[in-house]
Design a protein. Structure first.
Length: 144
């Protein structure tokens, strides 16, 4: 009997604890309605020698990625969409080798997919529009 109590005691203590809940699923979608093929280069600004992750999106194309967060939650954002490393904090968007946009990790522009103050829900969609293309800076074919 004493052995049974000694055996059950650790099991009881190990089964006690707070309910950790469930992890979250994050779904991010990017749609290209700019009228141009776009190339998105994702960088880590403080590691300039790290090769960028490149995402090509044809005009009219939609890409969706889903991320499963565990416990404890670490959180996801569009930074994860443009490169699995969440430290990717800057983007270069090239429209058909004609125009270019630069985005950093800041909250000042709602047309910035890295704006964590605006795009922070579990399900988000970012649309590159014709207006984004028109507001981009011409690069005269030398967008590298």
């Amino acid at each position: 009997m004493k052995n049974i109590i000694l055996l059950l005691l650790p099991i009881i203590f190990l089964s006690c604890g707070t309910d950790q809940g469930e992890g979250k699923t994050y779904t991010y979608t990017v749609i290209n309605k700019s009228g141009k093929t776009i190339e998105i280069r994702s960088y880590i600004s403080y590691l300039p020698n790290v090769t960028p992750v490149i995402t090509n999106i044809e005009n009219g194309q939609e890409i969706t990625k889903t991320f499963e967060d565990g416990l404890p939650p670490s959180g996801y954002s569009f930074k994860s969409f443009f490169g699995e490393n969440p430290n990717r904090d800057s983007l270069v968007v090239v429209y058909n080798q004609e125009k270019i946009n630069f985005f950093g990790d800041d909250c000042s522009n709602t047309r910035n997919p890295l704006n964590n103050c605006f795009y922070r829900d579990e399900e988000e969609t970012f649309i590159f529009s014709l207006e984004d293309y028109q507001n981009a800076t011409p690069c005269d074919g030398d967008c590298d």
